[in-house]
Design a protein around this ligand. Structure first.
Ligand code: ARG
Length: 463
């Protein structure tokens, strides 16, 4: 006697699944997150089937009502998820059949879980990208406002983490903005590419029913149907792409985190992070640790790991659908959740950073940061840059010997290096003179920071 092992596919089976294997095989514990996407996809599918005369309008109405009720049950936390029904798709379909009988069993006409799951993921990622962009833009907004406030705050600019040339803090912050702006554009681009409908690809080869794929795509706000049924049900490159954008965002946030951690140290004291974003030490009472920035930096590891997992799951899979792809969801969701949390933490913290302007400015003078300005000054007096470089090198050596800053050398001392040097040299040797002189598009001068702030704001005003 045949024992029906699974409501949806048990027909040819004679024994039920081993308990451990049932758990091994199930995905409902994590793919129930796509329940509303699954319902949206089914509503579109049923509507299209009705319009094509494949389902009766009575069936379509029942299916719509049943799915709406299920949506409500899920929202109210009343829906009974069952591992025996394997995944989100079969859980919802089984409940629909409980509620509306035969019509529920007809919903799966001309469809397979293969095109169904591919559709659900794309719908889900579309929403996730919109949410992530909202969070990202909030952070970008906070950065712009801080940059505006600190547009003329002078700090040391670094290369090799050695004092290089003075920059404005606003300019530094807007470098962060540019990184995140490209990430925002990458998210938009990724959304564009994934916004195609797999529905109608069915298991792999399409279906014998007179379906209208353009219509179901339109009903779900997809730009168009995927062009090839085999590709539609199998590739997860769009999800890998999102994980890769997320890895890029996490990488950028970790660079910001690293700088905040360094700047917040007692040795630097460039910034004070708000207390509510720091923790204390259980043994050293004096400590205020930048844990939140460290966590943002540390979580980058798992976001990179998620990308590697996704790439490896897809690697070597023959066409078309393989169950390997069930493994895509956990890393994908983890990548989204982790990056969203990182963005949220920084969006909350960064607008409240206190810049210690005096310390920043004082240290901007250290390390002969205006040496290049002196070389440029000499070039303007007609000396070739390489010769000017040599003269300034010697001038720095003299300042080291005298244990003073460049602008603390006497005019006499400076003239001894090159007699073209005159009293106006002291204007370029100051940190203010140095940043003000870099007054061109993309430069660090406060005037340019103001312009860049305006451009950044108008980017954020666009949708
Ligand atoms: N839970 C499955 C997944 O996530 C749904 C598709 C299953 N398809 C199949 N033919 N077994 O990929």
């Amino acid at each position: 006697m045949s024992k029906k092992t699974n409501q949806q596919w048990g027909g040819r089976f004679s024994e039920s699944m081993d308990g451990f294997i049932l758990d091994f095989n199930e995905s409902v514990s994590f793919d129930q997150r796509m329940a509303f996407d699954d319902i949206a996809g089914s509503i579109a599918h049923a509507t299209m089937l009705g319009e094509q005369g494949i389902l009766s309008s009575e069936d379509v109405t029942k299916i719509h009502q049943g799915l709406q009720q299920i949506q409500q049950e899920i929202q109210d936390g009343k829906f009974q998820w069952s591992a025996e029904l394997e995944d989100v798709h079969m859980n919802i379909e089984a409940r629909l059949t409980d509620l509306i009988g035969l019509a529920g069993k007809r919903l799966h006409t001309g469809r397979s879980r293969n095109d169904q799951v591919a559709t659900d993921i794309r719908l889900h990622l579309r929403g996730a990208i919109d949410d992530m962009r909202g969070q990202l833009r909030q952070l970008m907004h906070g950065i712009v406002e801080l940059a505006d406030k600190e547009y003329d705050t002078i700090m040391p600019g670094f290369t090799h983490l050695q004092s290089a040339q003075p920059v404005t803090f606003g300019h530094h912050l807007l470098a962060w903005f540019e990184m995140l702006k490209r990430d925002d554009e990458r998210l938009v681009d990724c959304r564009k590419r994934l916004n195609q409908s797999p529905l109608g690809a069915a298991a792999l080869a399409g279906t014998t029913y007179p379906i209208n794929r353009l219509r179901s795509a339109e009903l779900m706000d997809f730009d168009k149907p995927c062009a090839n049924s085999l590709d539609a049900v199998s590739d997860r490159d769009f999800a890998i792409e999102l994980c890769s954008v997320n890895a890029m965002i996490a990488m950028h946030l970790s660079r910001m985190a690293e700088e905040l951690i360094i700047w917040n140290s007692v040795q630097f004291k460039f910034v004070d992070l708000p207390d509510r974003f720091c923790t204390g030490s259980s043994i050293m009472p004096q400590k205020k640790n930048p844990d939140i920035a460290e966590l943002v930096r540390g979580k980058t590891g798992r976001v990179y790991g998620d990308l590697m997992t996704m790439l490896t799951i897809m690697k070597s899979q023959p066409l078309a659908y393989n169950k390997d792809n069930q493994e895509d969801k956990e890393p994908l969701f983890d990548s989204i959740d982790t990056v969203t949390a990182n963005l949220r933490a920084f969006a909350g913290m960064i607008p409240h950073i206190q810049a210690n302007r005096d310390i920043m400015k004082k240290t901007a003078k250290d390390g002969f940061a205006t040496a290049t300005d002196l070389a440029d000054y000499l070039v303007k007096k007609g000396i070739a840059f390489r010769d000017a470089h040599e003269i300034v090198g010697k001038t720095v050596a003299l300042a080291i010997e005298k244990n003073c800053a460049l602008d603390e050398l006497s005019l006499e001392d400076l003239k001894a290096q090159n007699d073209g040097i005159e009293n106006d040299v002291f204007e370029v040797l100051t940190v203010e003179g140095s940043v003000n002189a870099r007054n061109h598009l993309g430069g660090t001068a406060p005037e340019q920071v103001k312009l860049a702030v305006a451009n950044a704001r108008s980017y954020l005003d666009e949708v």
